[in-house]
Design a protein around this ligand. Structure first.
Ligand SMILES: N[C@@H](CCC(=O)N[C@@H](CS)C(=O)NCC(=O)O)C(=O)O
Length: 274
């Protein structure tokens, strides 16, 4: 297990009780890492091999068996969004990522749900498909980006630098950790997803988000992500062609979700959880 103690604001003893089980390429893990960095919370990190999950992970998250899992004072929590909300509640003196106003909090949660329920799966479908199926998936991504762009232009987030206001907040963390994959997927598939002219506000927000120190500290290098994504794409396309998981390249990443898909799955059946 890799252990990396974050060396920020070590004053509060409770912070020393935080341990995160994660995976280096997991955007859900990055959400929790980024949130703790923004809050100045020290934590221990345990890297999971998702192809050979540790007994600890299976014990701590027996329901979904996924990362991230956060252990605080010996008690564990799974699901990145639930963990983010818990961190705000459990560390009220730390920078709060959710807005203070009840309505604004609900709006942030709504768009968080949109990200996980619509935008994320749409982007994953582009990555996992080819041909006409991929063209339809790209249209679907654009339909979703139109909705976000409209909120930035004249809706709930009008005039804001970040979704959270002047600083990165809960929704920035949720949408941002995931959105950096857009450029990786564009490079690997050769399909343009975020046209700066079509989605200027979303594009500018993403560049600004990615430039933040805590974000740069959290997101792996583009080269490492590209290598991972190329292997994953190769495996997904082979599986969708009916070649079966056995045809996946030996150096393909050990990403559990694709490996769990049936050999003759159509690309529409394959979920990409990154
Ligand atoms: N909804 C979960 C998704 C977590 C997730 O999909 N984790 C992936 C890595 S990115 C995982 O652990 N996959 C292993 C598996 O599915 O067996 C969250 O928000 O935490």
């Amino acid at each position: 297990m890799e252990k990396a103690a974050e060396n920020v604001d070590a004053g509060a003893a409770a912070q020393l009780q935080l341990k995160l089980f994660g995976s280096w390429a997991s955007s859900y893990t990055h959400r929790v890492q980024l949130a703790m960095r923004l809050k100045g919370l020290a934590f221990e990190y345990a890297e999971e091999d998702l192809g050979n999950k540790s007994d600890a992970l299976l014990r701590l998250n027996p329901v979904y068996k996924k990362v991230p899992v956060l252990v605080h004072d010996g008690r564990s929590l799974a699901e990145s969004v639930i963990i983010l909300q818990y961190l705000d509640d459990a560390f009220p003196a730390s920078r709060q990522l959710l807005p203070a106003d009840a309505f604004d909090r609900a709006v942030a949660r709504f768009w968080c749900h949109f990200g996980d329920d619509k935008l994320g799966p749409a982007v994953g479908a582009v990555f996992a498909s080819t041909g006409e199926e991929q063209e339809a998936a790209v249209r679907h991504v654009h339909e979703n980006l139109v909705l976000i762009e409209a909120e930035l232009r004249e809706g709930a987030f009008k005039g804001r630098r970040f979704f959270g206001g002047d600083e990165v907040g809960f929704l920035d963390v949720v949408l941002g950790c995931g959105s950096y994959w857009l450029a990786v997927f564009e490079e690997v598939t050769g399909v343009q997803l975020v046209d700066a002219e079509a989605f200027p506000l979303f594009h500018a927000w993403l560049r600004d988000f990615e430039a933040q120190d805590e974000v740069r500290e959290t997101i792996p290098s583009i080269d490492r992500l590209l290598e991972y994504a190329r292997g994953l794409r190769q495996m997904l396309v082979a599986m969708a062609a009916g070649a079966g998981a056995g045809a996946a390249s030996a150096d393909a990443p050990t990403a559990a979700p694709p490996a769990a898909a049936p050999p003759a799955a159509t690309t529409a059946d394959i979920a990409v959880d990154i």
